[in-house]
Design a protein around this ligand. Sequence first.
Ligand SMILES: Cc1cc2nc3c(=O)[nH]c(=O)nc-3n(C[C@H](O)[C@H](O)[C@H](O)COP(=O)(O)OP(=O)(O)OC[C@H]3O[C@@H](n4cnc5c(N)ncnc54)[C@H](O)[C@@H]3O)c2cc1C
Length: 489
Amino acid sequence: MSKTVLIVGTGLGGLSTGLRLASRGYKVKFVEKASQPGGRLNQIKKDGFIFDVGPSFFSMPYDFEELVNDCNIKMPFDFVELDPLYTVNFRGNDKKYSLYKDIDKLSKQFEEVEPNFKTKFTAYLKKCGELYNDTVDVVIKQNFDSIPGYIKALMQVNPKHLPVLVKSFWKQSSSFFESKEARQIVSLIAFFLGRTPFDTNAVYTLLSHIEFVHTGYYNVKGGMYTIVTSLVEELKKLNARFEFDTEIVTYRNTGNKLTSLIGKNGKTYEADIYVINADAALFRGTVFNREKFTEKRLRKMSWTMGYLTFYVGIKTKLPQVEHHNYFLGNNFEAYAKDVMKNPGTMEKPYYYVNVVSKHNSSCAPDGCEALFFVCPVPNLLYKTDWSDKDAMIKSIIEDFSERIKQDISKDIIFQMAYTPEDWQNQFNLYKGAGLGLSHSMLQIGALRPKNYDEKFKNTFYVGASTVPGAGLPMAVISSKLTAERILKL
Ligand SMILES: Cc1cc2nc3c(=O)[nH]c(=O)nc-3n(C[C@H](O)[C@H](O)[C@H](O)COP(=O)(O)OP(=O)(O)OC[C@H]3O[C@@H](n4cnc5c(N)ncnc54)[C@H](O)[C@@H]3O)c2cc1C
């Protein structure tokens, strides 16, 4: 008889694990707190506008290819490559940097500010490529059963990378470039990990290799949520079942076997195997009441920043704005030092704007544009009062209008926002930390919450706060690592 699997959460990690198992004959059921699937990879559909809620692009598309090959299905969605990857704008400067993967086109952008940019960038990327190639298979895409096993894997990494381990991302990028423009633009990717380049280890410069050399960035035809709808469709073809508006709050066990999970609705859910896609640290603390994950311990762990995200529908077009844009100020170091912890309203925030309707005309009515703003902010450990969110949003919309030389405030016909409180309450993200646990050196590999339970032999974890970490490709890799453990049972 097929084994039954109960998956708690329908984030990308949960869906991909479910697909890998269902395609091998397991009977898969999902329970999800929210009323629609996707977790952070979600969608808002309102008044003719469609917005991606969280992720707006991804790298490493081959991990999705590995997933569909593993499940013996065809790729159920189409990738759209972004070119330029993104644009960067500095406050008080009309120049817009367009970040192309083509190194000659890219170098032209930096001609005036960074002499010999092409030579320096090539040297930087060579180092990033070596870091990527020397770590991806031995460290990132591996399950570790013990700390000695992890140390053994680390020892296989070429020792020439050791100096990088004691540097910050910022220090590493500054050793290749002199101009503030090149240093800041190259370091922006550290924010994708939910921290700043000043507190992110230089080993993550390997992301620049992924960004510029290896794969670039992709969107999906029809919007990012198509990933979720198409995976759910594939799962339904394999008879997977879904129950929404169901939050798991407690459990029953017999010895070292989990026997059921119990929802807030009082219902009991039984299976042979349980996969937790909810945050791997928070769930252990709040549902399994584990000593190592009490509120006091969770607080002491290192979490990523929060995000103020807002979704704006306007009744005009913005031909001058690309798909994917960063708007920076001119106090990068002071800003980065403040952004994780300063509870006051940041008068001049930095922000990212995604024009989702640029590649997907179906995401906005004719003549309209759907805009998604992301502003890095302190999580709820550092800022609990969000009564100033409207003031922050107003100041960002004013700043954006000024910088694109078009006042959008009079054209807004739809607007809604998520503060870290909303991110926390909707998706059970600890303190609204957008990317979950941070990737500090003491919270990666075998030191991250494990993808198998310490006590229950039939319980596993998948997603951003277990191995390997945050981001869509990592969620897919995480599902591979988790499924690997389950298939060995
Ligand atoms: C604003 C923002 C922008 C981002 N942009 C990008 C991007 O551009 N590219 C990229 O690659 N990544 C991006 N990310 C990161 C990416 O969204 C995440 O790493 C990824 O979606 C996490 O997937 P997951 O499967 O780990 O978990 P989640 O998506 O968090 O899914 C977990 C699910 O579990 C459910 N759940 C939790 N607790 C319970 C419970 N007790 N009972 C039942 N259900 C429960 C939740 O409701 C949720 O649906 C972004 C994140 C944010 C917040």
